[in-house]
Design a protein around this ligand. Structure first.
Ligand code: ATP
Ligand code: MG
Length: 772
């Protein structure tokens, strides 16, 4: 126990040592909240609390795994395995598998991801004959999702004239009907969407007191990380479960609440003290993660928010370098700057790629970064976005697997009933859908009985349906006594999926086959891994559950050292030595869609606070002067958040630095800079390069920059003076000695051995060199 407490400061120890009661730790970023939760669990277990009686809710499954392994090293892995730990969705899916029958759900219910939900909604809109431009399926989906997160059931909706009126005003008077049909169809398909996992858990606990009592008794100690981002539905579940013992510990930071748009309710923190008796409130103030510059810069930003709890965050860490603010002309240039900088910093300081993260406000921004990283051959990993499990061929295989487990899974069935093509067309599917409504049976059940039903489908098609049903049955039997890998391999072969892709023969088709192979590899590992877990068997059901619940953070995990790219929302709770926050522009960050009210703007500011506080050693803020948005090149303005940082913490790079920096690095790594891209016949030092044909607007800016550049020190004068063997000083690389000179005039280059940072080849007309 001594060892456990040694890694904690005094303020952190208190909530670890308080065994019973309700407590809340409110503290700023990097102050050790997650560490406190982890140690609290280890400590409880050391005091004899059974792992089965502890429930710990985290923000990502990755966080849960890390906590578990940490606890494992303290109390032993076999004990730690028994902890109930994971995201709200994964923990409650597990409970719903056991208890869902009370609500009429089979234990093997399917979990619909948002794509499945949206496909179903879009099908319903079509079936109801509604205008898809008015009833946009994504909007309808997000409206339904917000109802569910506020526990507004279909019944509650139709009892609420205000909601109905709001939808009617928004020209969607039939939204309630869509909602009802969607819920009915999910139920019939034996499926729950993500929101259902919370909604149905609430329903379960509210309607079945014996079930509630069972889990209240089981979960004697409850812990919640990132409590500021729980929504109403999650809040009610926690409150219900904790009611009996009231041993509940929540940790959070109101300044990091960034999910209001998804229904997270900051009042959950503010009201905690009202909800339980004798709540102990702990505060942590020391940040262990970041340099002083970063901590204080972050403090100076969040000061601009009116709504916040009073908190102090300080650090004993070094001041560290200032936060670099960098401007580029285009997003392509921004990408190149970031990639170059990562390349250099990694080389100079002997770091790993995983020490770097690039964070952005919207997923679309990743493309420019990816292009630049690929050119530099820097390996990277994108979290979120179109990830492995979202790829078509993977979803196809998974759809087959889902039907084996739950034949009523309509979305999966529609996906593969005619893929690979087996002559079951859209008309047949429409007729099956109608019959399924008429007989109140699932489509698959209709297919199983196709020979005996009076349906307008000809015999040859009936035969095809019959064959399909038979094939699925045979897989199903196999899945009952073989592991997930064996079943999936058979499915990939016997359904004709692999042959179809092989026939295709294009590089894309080959990549798809490789992806399927990768999926099978992953399944084999999964099956192996499950052997270690007490009551697991490596079955297909277990695998599908794992896949459905893997948050984007958990996907594509491999051992290759890579730079991380993700949206700021996904970065919550994580830390990286070097962090690049890109696209720091008005209308992008803060997002143009979130500037209508002060509270929206404050949420964006909290998002920026989250982003900045991920950095341990250095943060970079980059913005561009123009950017393609909605297909048009528009002028961009630096984000107000840059201005809100106290200037003493910033290193604002001038455009001159930008200009000299880029070609120098290009020549360094790729040989000659591509002069066609520089476009300026006679380069004026201090003028940024333009990629492609400059627009009028860009030219105007350039003209503005040139007079500024004229006053900058000229380095052309080095030409002719510099000699082999001379000692020089460079503004960024420090001191060094000239090893070699080559070329002449505008193209003259010097090879310089720097004292730190190795040998570099610099173009003299750009290099900021001083002869010593
Ligand atoms: P966030 O608000 O971003 O979720 P947090 O409050 O959960 O941050 P942690 O992630 O728990 O903070 O801790 C931040 C970093 O500081 C981690 O690397 C952690 O290991 C380290 N740390 C926390 N407390 C201590 C301590 N007492 N001594 C040394 N390192 C510590
Ligand atoms: Mg944390």
């Amino acid at each position: 126990m001594e060892a456990l407490l040694e890694g904690l400061n005094e303020a952190q120890r208190a909530p670890v040592l308080q065994k019973e009661g309700a407590m809340m730790v409110i503290a700023g970023a990097g102050s050790g909240k997650t560490r406190v939760l982890t140690m609290r669990i280890a400590h409880l277990m050391q005091q004899g609390v059974d792992a089965f009686n502890i429930l710990s809710l985290t923000f990502t499954n990755k966080a849960a795994r890390e906590m578990k392994s940490r606890i494992g090293t303290i109390v032993g892995n076999s004990e730690a395995k028994n902890l109930w730990m994971g995201t709200f969705h994964s923990v409650f899916a597990k409970i719903l598998r056991i208890e869902g029958h009370h609500l009429g759900f089979p234990p093997n219910f399917t979990i619909y991801d948002s794509q499945d939900s949206q496909r179903l909604i879009s099908a319903i809109i079509k079936e109801m004959g509604l205008d898809k431009d008015v009833y946009k399926y994504k909007q309808v989906h997000s409206r339904i999702s917000s109802f569910k997160n506020s526990l507004i059931t279909v019944k509650a909706y139709f009892q609420n004239p205000e909601l109905m009126e709001a939808d009617a005003m928004a020209k969607k008077p039939r939204l309630g009907e869509i909602y009802k049909e969607y819920v009915d169809r999910c139920f019939k398909a034996g499926a729950m969407d993500f929101d259902d996992l919370l909604l149905r858990t609430n329903e379960l606990l509210a309607r079945f007191p014996e079930v509630l009592a069972k889990y209240q008794k089981r979960f004697q100690y409850i812990l919640v990380d990132e409590y500021q981002d729980t929504n109403h539905s999650q809040y009610l579940i926690v409150k219900a479960l904790a009611d009996r013992y009231q041993n509940i510990c929540v940790v959070g930071d109101d300044s990091q609440s960034i999910y209001a748009f998804r229904g997270a309710n900051i009042n959950n923190i503010l009201n905690f003290q009202r909800d339980y008796d004798d709540v102990q409130v702990y505060r942590l103030e020391q940040n262990y993660r970041s340099t002083k510059n970063i901590v204080e810069a972050a403090n100076s930003v969040i000061e601009h928010n009116q709504t916040k709890l009073d908190k102090v965050v300080w650090t004993a860490n070094d001041p560290g370098p200032k936060i670099v603010v960098h401007r580029s002309l285009t997003d392509g240039e921004e990408g190149r700057y970031v990639a170059s900088n990562i390349f250099e910093t990694k080389m100079n300081q002997q770091l790993k790629h995983s020490d770097f993260a690039i964070l952005y406000r919207t997923n679309a921004q990743s493309r420019a970064m990816e292009d630049a990283l690929r050119k530099r051959e820097i390996p990277y990993r994108i979290f979120g976005g179109l990830s492995f499990y979202q790829r078509k061929e993977i979803k196809d295989v998974l759809a087959y697997l889902r039907i084996l487990i739950n034949p009523n899974d309509e979305e999966a069935l529609k996906r593969v009933i005619n893929y690979p093509a087996r002559g079951i067309g859209a008309t047949t599917l429409d007729r099956l859908t109608i019959a399924s409504k008429q007989y109140n049976r699932s489509i698959f059940e209709v297919m199983e009985n196709i020979q005996h039903l009076d349906i307008n489908i000809n015999n040859s098609t009936k035969n095809k349906l019959y064959n399909f049903v038979n094939m699925i049955h045979s897989f199903k039997i196999m899945s009952e006594n073989q592991d997930a890998f064996a079943v999936a391999e058979t499915v990939a072969r016997k359904t004709g999926l692999l042959q179809e892709l092989k026939k295709d023969g294009t590089p894309e088709g080959i990549a798809r086959i490789e992806n399927i192979e990768e999926l099978l590899n992953g399944m084999r590992d999964f099956v192996e891994g499950q052997k270690e877990i007490a009551d697991a068997t490596g079955s297909l059901t277990e695998f599908l559950e794992d896949v459905a619940l893997a948050t984007d953070m958990d996907k594509e995990v491999d051992d290759i050292d890579r730079v991380s790219l993700m949206t700021i929302h996904l970065a919550k709770g994580l830390e990286f030595p070097y962090v690049y926050i890109v696209g720091m522009e008005e209308d992008l960050f803060p997002s143009g869609m979130s500037m209508n009210t002060r509270s929206e703007l404050e949420e964006e500011r909290r998002l920026f606070y989250v982003a900045l506080t991920r950095a341990e050693k250095q943060a970079y803020l980059t913005y561009t002067e123009s950017r393609y948005r909605w297909g048009k090149l528009i002028d961009a303005e630096p984000s107000r958040f840059i201005e809100e940082i106290d200037e003493q913490f910033l290193d604002i790079q001038t455009p001159m630095d930008t200009y000299r920096y880029k070609p120098m690095i290009d020549s360094d790594i790729f040989g000659e800079p591509d002069k066609s891209k520089l476009r300026l016949k006679k380069p004026v030092s201090g003028t940024p390069p333009i990629m492609g044909k400059p627009s009028e607007e860009q030219l105007r800016k350039l003209r503005k920059l040139r007079p500024q550049a004229a006053s900058a020190p000229q380095t052309d004068e080095l030409n002719g003076k510099l000699q082999k063997g001379m000692h020089v000083e460079h503004s960024r690389f420090g001191r060094g000695q000239v090893l070699n000179l080559e070329g002449a005039g505008q193209d003259q280059k010097a090879e310089i051995q720097f004292q730190t940072g190795g040998i570099k080849k610099l173009l003299l007309r750009f290099a900021k060199l001083k002869i010593l």
